[in-house]
Design a protein around this ligand. Structure first.
Ligand SMILES: [Zn+2]
Length: 301
């Protein structure tokens, strides 16, 4: 599970950052989280093909998280893309985007499916390889974060041992799922002799935009990687609270209390554009394994 940061600025434009947008790449699929203006340019710069996009998840209905959608969805209609794109967002946003597309978009050759979401903690998406769940975030408008969880992968087979024990092909699917093998003489060959351990299933949580919150900390508890907004530094803690945002230190405190593997901070206010090290340093005082997001950054969950 690889994450591409396409935009990690906050609402006011700066020359340094694009508005919120990132893409989770998993197997052949791309899952977009938030879709600020410039999302389609961000995909181009990151070398991510539109045709691989399968889902778009919108955290809340503030413009810097959603106004890239009409452009991106219109562009898909111009291409030979004839797959299906699923958009998960609050109903009020769906109504507006549909009206936009009716007015501005070409006749789409692809299938666009809208899924209204609420703000409760629940699984909203599942396929063979992963699930996506929402969790509520306190902000100035109803908002949810997202957690991507890989499913446990099948156990890789050991070709040499399958050959040695003469394991028929019809038995192999069950062995990948952990079954032992019983040979023609009734002898049990333990699964661990026939397989190796799969790579561990990974998890990735996205928390933006949100105030500091124990509920958010509980929701993201134990994930491998947490993206948490860090709009302001300590000196603007009261501004952060008034505007429904977090400071970098609060992001670090959340990561530490939630015992996550690593923290990536973003959604930076433009006032730090010249030097964001103050945000990084304050987050690291709470949680050492912290990285600053930037456009073009990719990392494994
Ligand atoms: Zn917001």
């Amino acid at each position: 599970m690889k994450i591409h940061i396409l935009g990690c600025g906050s609402a006011t434009p700066s020359l340094k950052h694009m508005p919120s947008c990132q893409v989770v790449e998993h197997n052949t699929h791309l899952y977009m989280i938030d879709c600020g203006e410039g999302a389609q340019l961000g995909m181009r710069k990151a070398g991510l093909k539109f045709s691989r996009l399968c889902c778009i998840f919108i955290s809340h209905l503030h413009g810097d998280h959603v106004l890239g959608l009409p452009g991106l969805l219109s562009t898909l209609a111009l291409h030979d893309f004839n797959g299906t794109v699923h958009v998960y967002m609050q109903q009020k946003g769906i109504d507006v985007i549909k009206a936009c597309l009716d007015t501005f978009s070409h006749e789409p050759q692809y299938t666009l499916v809208f899924h209204p979401i609420g703000i409760e903690q629940t699984v909203i998406y599942e396929d063979d390889a992963l699930t996506v769940e929402t969790f509520p975030m306190p902000h100035t408008t109803p908002a949810v974060g997202f957690i991507f969880r890989e499913k446990q992968k099948p156990r890789p087979l050991r070709g040499d041992m399958l050959e040695y024990y003469n394991v028929p092909i019809r038995e192999r699917a069950a062995i990948k799922e952990g079954a032992d093998f019983v040979d023609a003489d009734g002898k049990v060959i333990p699964n661990k002799w026939l397989t190796t351990d799969p790579a561990p299933a990974r998890s990735y949580a996205y928390a933006s935009d949100t105030m500091k919150s124990q509920a958010v900390t509980r929701a993201v508890s134990g994930v491998d990687t947490l993206f948490h907004e860090a709009t302001y530094a300590d000196d603007k803690a009261s501004v952060a609270r008034d505007r429904g945002h977090s400071t970098a230190r609060q992001a670090g405190q959340c990561a530490a209390a939630a015992n996550v593997g690593k923290l990536v901070i973003g959604h930076f206010s433009k006032q730090y554009a010249a030097d964001e090290s103050v945000l990084l340093n304050q987050a690291r005082e709470e949680f050492a394994n912290t990285t600053l997001a930037r456009e073009g950054l990719t990392f494994d969950a």
